[in-house]
Write a new protein. Structure first.
Length: 634
């Protein structure tokens, strides 16, 4: 069910009928000539709206997701799942479009189409030009701005659009922040929200009214059927009894948030006084599965006997000041961390790790910039990729740290648009930019590779910068602000973003051994003293934040028969969470209470007289004595 909107629409997007050479997205998604158009903006009455699913180009025609298109033009729509036909109504006219059909019905009359509607990633896509013109829209294409203006008549005798609330509800779904046009409603201690917020913001999901008045919500292959005022529901066609009773309000089905999240597998938190709800559905949020907690204590581990830096990617850590306050950031623009690079090879590899909490009283912009300080040599960003997570929740390890660690160990950092850019002598360019709302926390990791264009010696400065007044991030070239002496989170630049430790050889059938991979004397490799960036202060990184920690465990098996090695992982010095890779497979470690909880790692089979177990970890933040690993024979 869709709400009709009374509006005159001016929609600015990308080319409708003709895509100029070189302007189509380079990343074709799917088959049959379908391309994603990344340079899309949609403006209605001068206000930009968001389309959260991809906007597609096929045969030089632009197609939008059905719901986004019809809501933008103020049309109501019904869906026939048997015939795969969408019937849209606006201003006394009806347009019927059927999936994969080149023929439409406009007020019952058959009309030929240039491109047919189709399904893409479980979304129905409709041709923008055809729909707009057949609702009497006037379409104008501007090649220079890559925009199309669609003007529709303002004669809809229906209700006015709902005005935003003065203090709206905020919904977070897997790190997407949504300012709701509806309320989150609490009844009898249970929370409910309109179903459309679920299927509009989760991939592979949809919702539709059934002929009997029930509402079916499909999410990731699971089917939920809810009835107004009934605690009886169908879950994958099986009857279940809920503690909640869904209900219809303002034409929308309000569904129970906790029931959905529990069924899908995830976490829910509702902060009543802030009117903010956080929903995490793990199948969408994480790549890797969680290890199961075990309960009990573990023996006291010894320090790993040796560790050394590994790899050729260095690390700039921007985690101090972690809490951004007016006292620490008095001006509108500031540099948070800075690294003057001394080039060591033809291609120089860097990682920038950042973690900041906005307490500045206003929304801000953050960014990573590179300033070419050479007077003669241009530099090129040959590779640039990263991941960022934000939250207004206190569960930062879960919301931010785990997701980042999961992506890094799975080699799933997203490519940045800054890949391939050239920075001329004396020029500064933005590598990545982030918006950060007041009272929100951001964590990010960004890997970038830099080389001289003409084979000379590259000279450049990497910065993390901040603006309160929307200044150009590239214009900020101040020295980094002083560290927060009262909250000494890490800041500095070190020669490697990876550490490798080798355990002493473990002989099968010998007693359990445990080693602490932490900030002891053997692996405290990122200190204030050896930081390559000390302007206005440096703080060491004993918690290995932003670091890939690699562990080799040599195994001797004098028997020569097949043996099973059992391993455990437990926090040291505080609660722990993170991700661990075992022989190529990544697993997530849930939050562990020190001295009370641990996880068992998958068993490893040893064949022959010698073998080596390879592990790789990334911590999700929170403690400076991260983790201990225990080894024994099963």
């Amino acid at each position: 069910m869709f709400k009709k909107l009374k509006t005159t629409c001016i929609v600015t997007a990308v080319a409708l009928a003709t895509i100029l050479p070189g302007q189509a997205s380079a990343s074709a998604s799917g088959n049959n000539g379908i391309q994603i158009k990344n340079n899309v903006s949609i403006i209605i009455n001068g206000e930009t709206i968001n389309v959260y699913d991809p906007i597609l180009n096929k045969s030089d025609y632009l197609l939008l997701p059905m719901r986004a298109l019809y809501e933008a033009i103020g049309a109501s729509v019904s869906w026939d799942k048997e015939t795969l036909t969408a019937s849209a109504y606006r201003s006394g006219k009806t347009v019927d479009l059927t999936i994969d059909s080149m023929k439409a019905l406009v007020d019952g009359q058959e009309v030929a189409m240039d491109v047919a509607p189709f399904m893409y990633k479980d979304r129905t896509y409709m041709p923008l030009r055809f729909v707009s013109e057949n609702f009497d829209g006037i379409v104008n294409w501007d090649e220079v701005t890559q925009s199309v203006d669609i003007t529709l008549s303002d004669d809809l005798p229906v209700e006015q659009p709902q005005q935003p609330q003065e203090d709206p509800y905020i919904l977070h779904i897997n790190n997407k922040r949504i300012v709701m046009q509806d309320s989150i409603i609490t009844r009898d201690g249970r929370t409910y929200l309109p179903a459309n917020y679920i299927y509009d913001y989760l991939n592979d999901s949809s919702g539709m009214w059934q002929p009997d008045g029930s509402f079916e919500l499909q999410v990731g292959g699971m089917s939920f059927v809810f009835n107004d005022g009934s605690n009886q529901a169908l879950l994958n066609n099986e009857a279940v009894t809920m503690a909640e009773k869904p209900f219809i309000q303002s034409g929308k089905m309000y569904v129970p948030a906790k029931f959905l999240v529990d069924a899908l597998g995830g976490n829910l938190r509702y902060i009543t006084d802030k009117k903010e709800m956080y929903i995490y559905v793990y199948r969408y949020m994480y790549i890797s599965p969680f290890l199961e907690k075990s309960y009990g204590s573990t023996s006291f581990p010894t320090a790993v006997p040796s560790a050394h830096v590994d790899g050729d990617r260095d690390l700039l850590n921007s985690d101090n000041p972690e809490t951004l306050k007016r006292k620490l950031i008095p001006l509108n623009n500031a540099t948070l961390a800075q690294y003057d690079v001394k080039a060591t090879s033809a291609t120089n590899k860097h990682r920038v790790f950042g973690w900041h909490y906005n307490q500045l009283g206003t929304d801000i912009n953050l960014g990573i910039t590179v300033q070419n300080t050479s007077t003669t040599e241009s530099i090129k960003i040959t590779d640039s990729r990263g991941i960022s997570q934000k939250t207004g929740n206190s569960w930062v390890g879960h919301d931010i740290g785990l997701t980042i660690a999961d992506a890094v160990l799975n080699d799933r950092l997203r490519e940045s648009e800054s890949t391939g850019i050239v920075i001329a002598p004396g020029e500064t360019k933005v590598i990545e930019a982030y918006d950060l709302h007041f009272e929100y926390i951001i964590g990010f990791i960004h890997d970038l590779d830099v080389q001289a264009v003409n084979g000379g010696k590259p000279e450049y400065t990497i910065r993390t910068v901040l603006t309160k007044d929307n200044s150009d991030l590239a214009s900020i070239k101040t020295e980094q602000v002083p560290i927060d002496e009262y909250a000494k989170h890490p800041r500095g630049a070190w020669s490697s973003a990876a550490i490798k430790a080798e355990f002493p050889t473990y002989t099968v059938d010998s007693p359990e051994v445990g080693y602490n991979i932490s900030n002891g004397s053997t692996d405290n490799l990122q200190t204030e003293e050896n930081s390559m960036s000390k302007v206005n202060g440096a703080v060491g990184n004993p918690g290995h934040f932003g670091v890939n920690y690699k562990v080799s465990i040599p195994i001797e098996n004098p028997t020569g028969t097949r043996k099973t090695i059992k391993m455990k992982l437990a926090g040291r010095g505080g609660s722990y969470s993170g991700a661990i890779k075992i022989n190529g497979q990544v697993y997530l470690v849930p939050n562990l209470r020190v001295g009370a909880e641990y996880v068992e790692l998958p068993d490893v089979q040893i064949r022959g007289t010698k073998d080596t177990i390879e592990l790789e970890l990334m911590h999700a933040g929170g403690v400076n004595l991260p983790v201990a690993i225990y080894v024994e024979t099963k």
